[in-house]
Design a protein around this ligand. Sequence first.
Ligand SMILES: [Zn+2]
Length: 222
Amino acid sequence: MSEELRMREALCRVGRRLYERHLTSGAGGSISVRTPRNEVLIKPSGFSLADMQPEHIVKMNLRGDVLEGKYPPSTDAPWHLMIYAARPDVNAIVHVHPPICGGFACAGVSLDVPVFTEVIIQVGRIPLMDYVTPTTMEYARKVAEHLKEANALLMKNHGIITLGANLEQAFQRAELLEDFARMLLIAKILGGPVLLPEGEAHKLRALESEKWRMKIIEELYK
Ligand SMILES: [Zn+2]
């Protein structure tokens, strides 16, 4: 099997996992992956992540030209491409509308709170972006700007974006963010989250365990 076909299949598999985990619904969300030739495989516009098949996926270059595909690319393509151009460390992008993160997004409440160790280690900072009309160039530029240094973004009145060195990492970050939003909501109901002590988040980000976890991911999802 060619490397590209393997990546197309992985993209469909992750799309189904996102849908089955209720991290998005209908035709919402978009996912993409960077190939070793520095091209991008991205979900076509209008397709549900649950139904996407390898032959539906659109191949583009970083300039925005469609190289292969029967369907138009996701309307999110401009900011996916901007992120790949600006972040050589990023090889996969997940964008979904999960219900609990979506609640925080619609209420304009940040998820960037130092309370849960796993999120600090595996995701890092989670900026909150003000509302901008999706599909516009202003929106694409704002998204790319917010993700210059972060690996996750909560967008007001919209949803989340997670980045990864590979598809599995981007998926796991999205999955973890939704679980974290649920935890934070419950903590708020129970009287408010207890923040980690000053400096602890910095210490957690410097741990080596995330590098080890990435090695395992690379072995399992080669
Ligand atoms: Zn969206």
